[in-house]
Design a protein around this ligand. Structure first.
Ligand code: PGA
Length: 233
């Protein structure tokens, strides 16, 4: 089955960074992997991408009320060809996104045919992964029969250079899939947190359906090599 590779550019880069990234990624030959690029909103117009690439963003409004200063609606995103949205990234959960807001954002996105990539994960390495059950159950509680992707992103692994063992990733994926299945959803689960050109081959031996990549997505040559390696698996 094809792997998903999601680039979460966070609040990095500038216009020239993205023009160069798009130029390079447009030339990559991909036969099987699905690549989803999630730039900051303001750079969306510079993502003139070829068919093998897909567009996502890093957030969406939880409101459909147009009295929402600063917020971005699903209709606006669709106008730019956005098909995916990262929801509940731990950097968002830390400042604003509660489980309820995540659930509302999932509903807004799916109501407008934008596929959510919902991030879930425990905070510390010493923590149990039971928290995933609540995060998944809550995120799915207002929708039915929609396509949805989860990303297992242990917070302690994000940007730290440390990754969980394959067995811990597999355990987390099972918890996420079992929780979703019990609500009637068949979901894909990505792994995210310090994925890079050195560790992705080992991480590929896990049951993850792909990766959510932060830092490495900006190191374009390493990222392209990773895409090729994953595509050839
Ligand atoms: P990282 O970030 O790959 O830089 O650890 C992943 C993420 O925050 O989604």
């Amino acid at each position: 089955m094809h792997k998903l590779i999601v680039a979460n550019y966070k609040m990095n880069g500038d216009k020239s960074t993205y023009l160069s990234i798009v130029r390079k990624l447009n030339k990559v030959k991909v036969s099987d992997a699905k690549i989803i690029l999630c730039p900051p909103f303001v750079y969306l117009p510079f993502f003139k991408i070829k068919k093998h690439l897909n567009l996502g963003v890093q957030d969406i409004s939880n409101s459909v009320n147009n009295k929402s200063t600063s917020q971005i609606s699903p209709k606006m995103l669709s106008e730019f060809g956005v098909k995916y949205v990262i929801i509940g990234h731990s950097e968002r959960r830390a400042i604003y996104d509660t489980d309820i807001i995540v659930m509302e954002k999932v509903k807004v996105a799916t109501d407008h045919d934008i596929i959510p990539i919902v991030c879930v994960g425990e905070e510390k390495k010493s923590h149990k992964i039971d928290i995933l059950v609540d995060q998944v159950t809550s995120a799915l509680s207002q929708i039915k029969g929609k396509s949805i992707i989860f990303a297992y992103e242990p917070i302690w692994a994000i940007g730290s250079g440390e990754v969980p063992t394959v067995s811990r990733i597999n355990k987390a994926i099972k918890v996420i899939k079992d929780s979703a299945n019990s609500l009637g959803f068949d979901v894909k689960v990505l792994y995210g947190g310090s994925v890079n050109g050195d560790n992705y081959k080992e991480l590929l031996t896990s049951n993850a359906d792909g990766f959510l990549c932060g830092g490495v997505s900006l190191k374009i040559d390493e990222f392209v090599e990773m895409i090729k390696g994953i595509d050839n698996e």
